[in-house]
Ligand binder design. Structure first.
Ligand SMILES: C[S@@+](CC[C@H](N)C(=O)[O-])C[C@H]1O[C@@H](n2cnc3c(N)ncnc32)[C@H](O)[C@@H]1O
Length: 269
């Protein structure tokens, strides 16, 4: 396994343990019946009742099982063994029927021989993937003809700016197009609050441009149905974002507008 992917997998095993009892993931709320999907996803993807759904990079499966609660027959995939273990335990505890596969998504074609009505993935997924052309081929490989691919993700344009800046301004820090070499990060914190303390760990991220994402999907045999951009997102991706009434984060009014997330629906032709 590539050393960058291995480092990221080790990191996600640790982050999973930190997320399990975080208030952001609110696992107890989920067990009691809370829906974790973003309302945009539910309204844009439409009814999933009776449909087979493959969730790529599912973490510990809260969104996967939320689709199951809406009637889908779900399969979640993640390369963190700890995340998949926890997802299976939650499925048993809640009685929600779901299959969880422990795999690097790039290895999935060697492990799963099935096609789905829907392939779904959301927020915080693309930066972990070195090869977006191969990613698109994998999506196409697992879709039935006429099947739908849906993604809600941080907007590539917003990902070029410094996300640790102390002042209220945008400063370009990262490349827009897929870099030859990943950016290296090192830290002992995740993006949720946690009581669990870890030693600093290394991780690696890749940015991907809008054209690379869209053209890879088209090349893999998908037709784009829509591409939407939003000026808000569910996580606080810059320190100066302000909270909207619906819980999403956006720019203060005097800073103008910025696309913070996008959604895309595509059909396998
Ligand atoms: C930010 S999380 C996705 C979050 C998800 N939207 C949620 O709210 O739970 C990213 C996930 O991608 C997984 N991941 C990263 N690289 C992967 C890869 N190559 N194959 C499979 N899973 C991967 C991580 O283990 C992590 O669970």
């Amino acid at each position: 396994m590539d050393r960058h992917i291995k480092a990221n997998r080790d990191l996600w095993d640790e982050w999973t343990l930190m997320h399990e009892d975080s208030k952001e993931y609110d696992v107890e709320g989920f067990i009691k019946g809370k829906q974790t999907l973003d309302p945009i996803e539910v309204s844009e993807l439409g009814s999933v009742k009776g449909k087979s759904l493959l969730h790529l990079q599912c973490h510990f499966g809260l969104d996967t099982m939320s689709w199951a609660r809406l009637g889908a027959d779900v399969t979640g995939v993640d390369f963190s063994e700890k995340a998949i273990d926890f997802a299976r335990r939650l499925s048993n505890r809640t009685g929600i029927k779901a299959e969880f596969i422990h795999a690097n998504i790039y290895d999935l074609p060697n492990m799963l021989d099935k096609r789905f009505d829907i392939v779904f993935t959301s927020e915080g997924v693309l930066v972990w993937l070195p090869d977006i052309v191969e990613w698109a081929k994998i999506i196409s490989r697992f879709l039935k003809r006429g099947g739908k691919f849906y993604i809600r993700e941080g907007h590539p344009f917003s990902k070029i700016f410094d996300d640790e800046i102390k002042t209220c301004e945008f400063k370009i820090r990262y490349p827009y197009f897929t870099p030859k070499h990943p950016f290296h990060f090192r830290g002992a914190e995740t993006y949720t609050e946690s009581t669990r303390k870890i030693e600093p760990m290394d991780w690696y991220e890749w940015n991907h441009s809008v054209s690379e994402i869209i053209n890879s999907l088209i090349k893999a045999g998908l037709r784009i149905d829509f591409f939407n951009e939003y000026t808000y997102i569910s996580s606080k991706v810059f320190p100066f974002l302000i909270r909207r009434e619906d819980g999403n984060w956006t720019l203060p009014r005097d800073m103008g507008e910025m696309p913070l997330q996008f959604t895309l629906l595509a059909t396998k032709v």
